[in-house]
Design a protein around this ligand. Sequence first.
Ligand code: CO
Ligand code: ZN
Length: 330
Amino acid sequence: MMLNTLQALLSSFGPSGNERAVAEQVKALLAGKADEMRTDAMGNLIVEKRGQAGGKTIMLSAHMDQIGLAVTDVEDTGFLRVTALGGVSLEKTAGHAVVFENGVHGVVMCQPTKGETAALQHVFVDIGAANREEALAMVKLGDACVYVPGCYALGQHRCTSPAMDDRCACALLVELLRQVDAPRNTIVAVFSAQEEVGIRGAATAAYQINPDLGVALDVTAWGDTPETKLPAVKLGEGAAIKFMDRSMIATPAVRDALIDAAERIGAPYQREVLPFGGTDGAAIQHARGGIPAGTLSIPCRYVHSACEVIDLRDLDSALAILKEFVNGQY
Ligand code: CO
Ligand code: ZN
């Protein structure tokens, strides 16, 4: 069931600032499963599942947006010049196929001249247009493209796709809302907008929801490939409970409640100490006068590439931990 949900969400087009298709997909997946659904001015989709009397309000946030490239100009020769929406790495983006919302495809190249270090000015997108006029009949300045979607199994438990950051956590949140009935605490699930460009949607969502506590659901980096030993997080060893990253130090009470939930049910988990990066958890924690917040992470290799890899067992572990966590006493 998780895999079907994940595949549906991975195929939706959703660069930062244009998350509508993802929100529609989430709404369809959650039809009849929520007490309330609304979209706000930032493009966040907010889904409520009411808890029992005396329960607290828990905000859970997973971002819908994915990194992409936005068209800044078109050359006379028909090539598109672009800027990055979110943390696009030049070295990872070149050589990949991209698609625009209207279905136009392109390929990304980066061609520094001899002796120059690659920079954004060397990146262009080839959409097959012969000249500027032909290109502008296909795309407009400001249009955004993303890596062509597609999801492939790797071995028995893993799969790869662009947009795994953070659709795997959107899938997790959808499955939680589908599977949990009458939780002790009210769940306010935020499918947030514009995380990749600076954790923007979760900030306005946390302000309006004003929860008692919050948890971001996002991918985290990996330390288990030949040249990467940091952080000490491995695929397949369970969801990661964040201690800190560059944007936040998890509130100890929330972090420990996640750990306690994992231990009560015997779900595998890892302790995550990330020396870089950030999540919606920071926006929740810094909202208003400060709100207790943490992050539950899905280990993901090659984050922000066209082939992000997760292990489905880690998603299962995260779902089990969350089911226990939303029924805790806070
Ligand atoms: Co990201
Ligand atoms: Zn993310």
